[in-house]
Write a protein that binds this ligand. Sequence first.
Ligand code: ADP
Length: 164
Amino acid sequence: MNRFADAAIYPGSFDPITFGHLNILERALGIFSQVILLVAINPNKKPLFSLEESRAMISEAISDWPQAKVDFHDGLTVDYARQHNIRTAVRGLRAVTDFEHEFAMALTNRSLWPEFDTVFLMTKAEYMYLSSSVVREVAQMGGQLNQFVPPCIERRLREKFQNA
Ligand code: ADP
C-alpha cells in the first residue's frame, strides 16, 4: 500500500525562503509524495529577489529533498493546481493571527474549485515569529541570519544588501 497521499502544492512568496518554510516543507513531505513550492508572481508586489534569483535560491535550499520542486505561476493557485491535477495545497500556520487570512484564502480557493482543499501544518515553536519580512529587515540592518535561513540564502541576502 502506498503510504503517501498524492502531490501537493505549497504556494507562497518565499522572498526569501526561511527555516520556517523548510520546516513546513519537511512535514509536508512526510504526508505527500511530492511537494511543489509554487512561487506566486504578483504584479502588485515588488519582491526583493527576482524570479531567476528566487528559482536558484529555492532550488538550492530544497536540494536535499528530491521529492520537492519549485515552480512559478502568475495567476490563480487553483488554475495551476487544476492544470496539474493537484487537489491539495499546504500552508503553514504560525500564530492565531495567520488564521483569519488563511481561512479566507482556503475558502476562496475552494469556492473557485470545490474539489480543492488546503491542509494546514503547524510550525515548530522556535519558528513561530519567523517570517520573510523579519529576515529581510534583519539582513538590511546587517544582523545575524544563521538561525533564520540556510547558509546559501544568508549568502544571497548579504550580497543583496552589500550591493544596495
Ligand atoms: P504569502 O505571501 O503567500 O503568505 P509566504 O512566503 O510569506 O507567502 O508564506 C508562505 C506560507 O508559509 C504561508 O502559509 C505562511 O504561513 C507559511 N510560513 C511562513 N513562515 C512560516 C514559519 N515561520 N512557520 C510556518 N509557516 C510559515
